[in-house]
Design a protein around this ligand. Structure first.
Ligand code: SF4
Length: 224
């Protein structure tokens, strides 16, 4: 990573424009994109950790039918909550959601505190989830870096090295923050996720159809 940020991010504006234009046409219509309720968005983000959208969608509806508010979730018995989660796997997640609900009701009047930094104080809310809730619910200019976003930013702005190395991870968080167009976090972060999930995929990126092809570092390295 010897190249400086200004050089690496020289295509930042083209990237932003291309990504937002792509999203306007190809963005996915997902149930949690039709709400700005931070609790509902938190539920979706917790469910989507290591679980496919197709499996999450019906469970998200069922969960919110049963626990429409943090208060309703806080009042429920943990065993019942775990039962509602059944089928999604990785079963620490309902336990954490339940604990977040009880803590929010006990200490924050039943409303999640509206900042990424405050959200990260809850056990079970990491940097990615805090950024996702803050940018999708309150439209704050907070970056996100999940598996899909990491892959896209790595390919477009780095193109070489080990994407799983912790130094690269830190670097990509900085890239994610610097490429975020101020005031457009909702669209931009949604677009990054969709782009990585459907076009710049792990195994079969569709480079010939990609609006980033002219400046994507992976592509430029292959063209040398
Ligand atoms: S050109 Fe290919 S590798 Fe680069 S961002 Fe587009 S799909 Fe991904």
């Amino acid at each position: 990573m010897a190249t400086s940020f200004p050089k690496r991010l020289q295509y930042k504006t083209r990237f932003q424009q291309a990504l937002l234009a792509w999203f306007a046409v190809h963005g996915r219509d997902l149930p949690w994109r039709r709400t700005s309720d931070p609790y509902h968005i938190l539920v979706s983000e917790m469910m989507l950790q290591q679980t496919q959208v197709e499996r999450v969608t019906p469970k998200y509806a069922e969960w919110l039918e049963k626990y429409p508010t943090l208060e309703a979730l806080a009042e429920a018995e943990l065993d019942e909550v775990k039962g509602t989660w059944k089928g999604l796997g990785y079963n620490v997640r309902p336990v954490r959601l339940h604990s977040i609900a009880r803590e929010t009701v006990a200490h924050y009047g039943g409303a999640l505190p509206p900042s990424a930094a405050a959200l990260r104080r809850f056990k079970g809310i990491g940097r990615y989830t805090a950024g996702a809730v803050a940018s999708f619910a309150w439209r704050l200019d907070e970056p996100v870096l999940d598996t899909n976003v990491r892959r896209v930013l790595f390919r477009v702005f780095l193109g070489t090295g080990d994407p799983r190395a912790s130094a690269v991870e830190r670097y990509l968080w900085t890239v994610a923050a610097r490429v975020l167009p101020r005031g457009h976090a909702w669209e931009f972060n949604s677009a990054l996720m969709d782009f990585g999930a459907t076009l710049c995929t792990a195994r079969a990126p569709r480079c010939p159809a990609c609006p980033m092809e002219a400046f994507c570092r992976v592509q430029r390295r292959q063209a040398r």
